[in-house]
Ligand binder design. Structure first.
Ligand code: C5P
Length: 231
């Protein structure tokens, strides 16, 4: 698959700005991630605006509720024409199955394992007994058993998860090119290293929209991904 289809632009900025940015970087970025801020403000219109411009849309709502509620939301999301939808793996097996049932094969459900903003100390504070990587692997297993075909994890966990789940679609936020500010992300990797580890889709926000020259940044990330894909 070409490099641009391995990159999702996390549009955590106002819609008008996000649309203008997508127009400028679409040669380097194939996917747009509509997350909580855009969806809370604009709802399905945010999805439609990017679809109208030819983007593949990833709806990152990180659903976490009782199975019936998640199934209903997943079924509605499937009608919006998005290809990917996130739910929290920690919602449990029945909730994960409900998300798949609602999606009815019209989109790929991605189970979020452990947020990339959490380091081991933060994971312990939540009350999990495992460290971040072990907890991510544990939740990957739960998601796989529930029949979910994709995961969100840190690129640092991709090699281990891939060994046990070779066919899982692995999506990795927390991507930071060399020298980029990590912000609130804790478990980060560079674009090239994430691809070499076997990540299927890199989610990248601030290292593109938050820098002085987003077009140059997107192109540089694209070229780093392309070089890693060539090996
Ligand atoms: O700006 P940055 O590159 O850190 O953006 C990462 C994006 O990925 C954000 O939109 C965030 O909501 C999302 N995300 C994440 N960690 C997860 C799942 C999603 O950072 N585990």
């Amino acid at each position: 698959m070409n490099a641009k289809n391995r990159i999702a632009l996390a549009c955590d900025i106002p819609l008008e700005e996000a649309l203008a940015l997508y127009e400028k970087v679409q040669g380097a970025v194939g996917w747009v991630k509509v997350g909580l801020s855009l969806f809370v403000e604009h709802g399905p219109l945010a999805v439609q605006a990017f679809r109208d411009r030819g983007a593949r849309v990833f709806l990152d709502l990180k659903l976490h509720d009782i199975p019936n509620t998640v199934e209903l939301a997943s079924a509605r999301a499937a009608k919006l024409g998005v290809e990917l939808l996130t739910v929290h793996a920690s919602g449990g097996e029945l909730m994960l199955k409900a998300a798949e049932h609602g999606a009815a094969g019209k989109l790929k459900v991605l189970a979020v394992t452990v947020l990339t903003s959490l380091d081991d100390a933060a994971v312990a504070k939540v009350g999990f007994s495992r460290d971040a990587s072990a907890q991510a692997e544990h939740l990957a297993e739960l998601a796989a058993q529930a029949g979910v075909g994709g995961l969100v994890c840190s690129a640092r966990e991709v090699v281990a998860i891939r060994k046990t789940h070779p066919r899982m679609f692995l999506c990795t936020p927390g991507i930071r090119p060399v020298g980029a500010a990590s912000g609130d992300q804790a478990r980060t990797e560079t674009p090239g290293s994430a691809i070499r580890s076997g990540s299927d889709l890199l989610v990248i926000g601030r290292p593109i929209y938050g820098v002085d020259d987003p077009v140059a940044a997107a192109q540089a990330i694209h070229d780093e991904v392309a070089a890693a894909l060539k090996g």
